[in-house]
Design a protein around this ligand. Structure first.
Ligand code: DX5
Ligand code: ZN
Length: 214
């Protein structure tokens, strides 16, 4: 069954604990934590200190999506704060050597590693890392904001990654504009994890929203 990872970007920060508790009760599998630096993307969200507090009050897998220009500089802080998975953007790194160093650096500290690609980045660019990572995050919107419309180009990328997987263990995650309809298309294409921000947190019936995604 597909996993659902609600994005706390759309949660109510004045009442975060009860939002986290509610989605756990309704069957959320992971917590997706969107970090934005105002440089890699034109928006600022939150850093590692809030993650540290979240890690204290939940036992869910903490899926940290770094939309930042210099992931190597900050990754240790996020791991110390409790990240289970660190996903960085391929576009943020200058060359293959930097990507390989970062993968190793994160794994050495015991966290899982994901690589994310923006809508305009072809899946071919991530292929050479597939033996060494735990997750590929296909962006189905331009990263930076919740509540945008799903871009269908993500479907072919999910299909391609699904075909490529073979014996490898990485999972395929999609992020941006996910609701019951777009989530179903991604599931058909072979996705393993659906990130959903506004669809879950702004729904009047979060239980139903999560059920419809699964
Ligand atoms: C976008 C973020 C997403 C965002 C998804 O840059 O990476 O995780 O929160 O929000 P929705 O589901 O509302 O598109
Ligand atoms: Zn995200």
């Amino acid at each position: 069954m597909v996993k659902v990872a609600p994005s706390v970007l759309s949660a109510n920060f004045a009442d975060l604990k009860s939002d986290l508790d509610s989605i756990r009760t309704y069957g959320a599998d992971w917590i997706h934590y969107d970090v934005m630096d105002g440089h890699f993307v034109p928006n600022i969200s939150f850093g590692y200190s809030i993650l540290k507090d979240i890690a204290k009050v939940t036992d869910l897998y903490l899926d940290v999506h770094l939309m930042i220009s210099d992931p190597m500089k900050y990754v240790d802080e996020f791991i110390k704060a409790g990240a289970s998975l660190i996903t960085f953007h391929l576009e943020a790194l200058s060359d293959e050597k930097a990507v390989r160093e970062l993968i190793k650096h994160i794994h050495n500290q015991g966290a899982d590693v994901g690589i994310s690609i923006k809508p305009a980045t072809p899946t071919q660019l991530v292929e050479k890392y597939l033996d060494d990572i735990d997750l590929v995050l296909v962006m189905s919107v331009e990263p930076g904001f919740g509540g945008q419309a799903f871009q269908t180009s993500a479907i072919d990328k999910i299909k391609a990654l699904y075909q490529l997987r073979g014996h490898r263990h990485f999972v395929i995650e999609v992020d941006g504009g996910i609701n019951a309809e777009t989530g179903a298309l991604c599931k058909e294409a072979g996705v393993d994890v659906l990130v959903a921000g506004s669809y879950v947190f702004q729904s009047p019936d979060r239980q139903k929203a999560i059920d419809l995604l699964k």
